[in-house]
Write a protein that binds this ligand. Structure first.
Ligand code: ZN
Length: 133
């Protein structure tokens, strides 16, 4: 499942409205896309830094994954996403190596990507997303 690069870093924030100006200033670039991902109960905002994106995640539901993360840990880095040729194949590879999957098959994420998550209990505590176009 050799990744080609870090596709994005996912960062949980309380408010996109408050955090977007901070990141625009920090990165010297404008947010280029805001998108709601209903099944993950988040609103996302994207910035491009070289080949890698920063994905800000605001919860739309306190019971959703980001809502729970914010309540437990507060704002901060939520996941790292690796670009792979085919997320479904990479998930199967990861499973065959004994890693625990959150998603058995890829699903549609923000920006039309196919995505799937590995469980942090088998990845040294880091929530890992695999994504492909
Ligand atoms: Zn992500």
């Amino acid at each position: 499942m050799k990744p080609t690069h870090i596709e994005h870093l996912g960062i949980a924030v309380k408010s996109l409205e408050e955090s977007i100006p901070y990141y625009e200033n920090l990165l010297g670039t404008k947010c280029y896309n805001i998108e709601e991902v209903k099944d993950q109960r988040v609103k996302t905002a994207f910035f491009l830094v070289g080949e890698t994106k920063i994905e800000l995640l605001e919860s739309t539901d306190p019971e959703g994954p980001i809502g729970k993360f914010l309540e437990k840990k507060g704002e901060g880095i939520h996941h790292i996403a690796f670009a792979v040729a085919d997320a479904t194949v990479a998930l199967a590879d990861a499973e065959s190596q004994g890693l625990v999957l959150i998603d058995k098959v890829s699903r549609r994420g923000a920006e039309g990507m196919n995505i799937g998550f590995l469980h942090p209990k088998s990845t040294h505590g880091v929530l890992v997303e695999l994504c492909s176009k």
